[in-house]
Write a protein of this length. Sequence first.
Length: 404
Amino acid sequence: MRDTDLMQLALGLIPPWMVKACAFDAEKRRLDIEIDFAKGGRFPCPQCGTADCPVHDTSMQEWRHLDFFQHQAFLHARVARITCPDCGVKQIAVPWARAGSGFTLLFEAVIMTLVTAMPVRAAARLVKEHDTRLWRIVHHWVEAARARADFASVKRVAIDETAARRGHNYVTLFVDIDQRRVLFVADGRDANTVAAFADDLEAHNGDASRIKEVCIDMSGAFIKGVDYNLTEAEITFDKFHAVKLVNDAVDKVRRAESKDRPELKRSRYLWLKNERHLSAEQSASLDMLSRMHLKTARAYRLRLAFQGIYDQPSPGWGELILDRWYSWAIRSRLEPIKDAARTIMRHRDGILRWFTSKIANGLIEGINSLVQAAKAKARGYRSTRNLKAITYLIAGKLDLRLPT
Ligand SMILES: [Zn+2]
């Protein structure tokens, strides 16, 4: 058996393609494999499928292939243009690469596996390619998989914003709550993001009118976007955002009060964290501060009571306790707490909807931390387009159909 026969087997080439020559360059650590087709070879038309079209002309092309031990491997072949009786002169498709790529399909498959596990920049260093070439591969496979994605079953959606680049601009994530997958990433965080999502949903066999439950924060932009575009959806306001609103009010009370009460300085963490996350020492400090007739302590008790609303066993109890909490909060003489209570009350229906829908954005927080971790490792993506592609790749549950 000749070495070219072996290489032919390894590459899985079938006639008319065959390996013509192999050359090792030990110094350049390079393996070059020349592929050719038999003289008089004929090919099917890439457009209409007509078999046995004659070759019109050829041009040499090169593809990077999987490394052969420490050698970079390249395939070379003259690629034919055929004459089809119906379509005219067309360039044929080669079985080892997709049109327009400088890499073989197997090399691309390896890249796609690498970039789910490490930043694209690191993968680029590993295979000694420029990362823009790798991004091109990522975009191709993600776009192809997204084009096939089916959103027909989507009924419940969580929507949240996330910082895209160093906190300056934002993207909005739309997540299928039941299948725990990112459906869509929109630029910005305004009402138009929901319109863009509705369009994308319909482009993927989904239907905006089939969305029955939506979880969002209390931002006016999302409320408006949902009202206009997801007209059948009931809104649940995310409970983590609601608790955070009250938490922030506690901190405003503490900051104002700490001007006269130095013991409150550096106690921010104690009031904001859940008690079970505090150390024994922190717990003791909180206990002591709580007994000191501080405004902050009263605000803190209101926050605990607000969280407790979510422990109520039924929508009826939830409603009763929320209304009691509101009248307590509004009589508290703590302005930041009163402001928060008014905001909560303006969104009462969506706050109470939680008792029926039981949906929250915790799922997005998880996805978000994946994305933020990937972003940190890559030291920020150069464009939102790249961030979107990585988000779909990591959290979109796409069927990439990579060659094996
Ligand atoms: Zn044709």
